[in-house]
Ligand binder design. Sequence first.
Ligand SMILES: C[S@@+](CC[C@H](N)C(=O)[O-])C[C@H]1O[C@@H](n2cnc3c(N)ncnc32)[C@H](O)[C@@H]1O
Length: 240
Amino acid sequence: MTSLIGIGVGPGDPELLTVKAVKAIQNADIIMCPASNKDRPSIALSVVSSLIDKSKNQEIIKLIFPMTKDKDVLEQTWKRNAKIVAETVSSGKNVVYLTVGDPFLYSTWIYMHRDLKENYPDMNISVIPGIVSIFTFAAKVGVSVAEGAEKVAIIPSCYDLSSVKEIAKHSESMIFLKDGRYFEQVIKVLKESGFPDDSIFAIGQDLGTENEIIRKMTLGEVNDGTLTTKYFSILVVKRV
Ligand SMILES: C[S@@+](CC[C@H](N)C(=O)[O-])C[C@H]1O[C@@H](n2cnc3c(N)ncnc32)[C@H](O)[C@@H]1O
């Protein structure tokens, strides 16, 4: 039986890995990780670089997932990468696949996992969860994600935002991920959504890294200078 472990490496701080993740990475013969192109580093790999012991000769395989919304390109990419994973796992070695945050939130792992389950049903696949950017941010800003009867919406910013005004009517908190370069549009929609001006508004960028930026104010105080334009950014609005 061949095996593969999908590992969430958390938001970026190497100290925010689970003990189980650390052990699995140290035991791995082959470490696979995603990158957006062959010349760019894998962020997930950089989070765990201090765990990689050169004397163990662990093999590192970077899988390329171009940043595109083209469905055909995406599907070909998932298929191609799932095949590479399957061939690697069939070598009988311990293989891990790293993802930022948790593997089951907006991650390349989700599509690979689906394909592998369908096309390689004998593969023994397990998942080690990781600390999600949303909870890292909550911990740093000191704002709860949800309490009591509150409802929370998680919204990807890079797609159609036309439903946000409706979602705003039914949620106490809205959390925008994917990605900071779209936050200008998000703020425009939020300002028109009827979400109260005294709502908490917070933005976090590159959480858990040395470039981390956190800003907190009210929605009414937001202006153009508040924005972040980095991919690794999270925006939260919450009614008070
Ligand atoms: C493809 S999604 C991956 C989410 C990830 N699986 C998780 O559990 O957080 C990437 C988006 O997650 C958010 N994100 C992940 N890590 C982050 C970090 N360290 N700082 C800020 N935002 C982060 C950003 O919104 C980014 O655009």
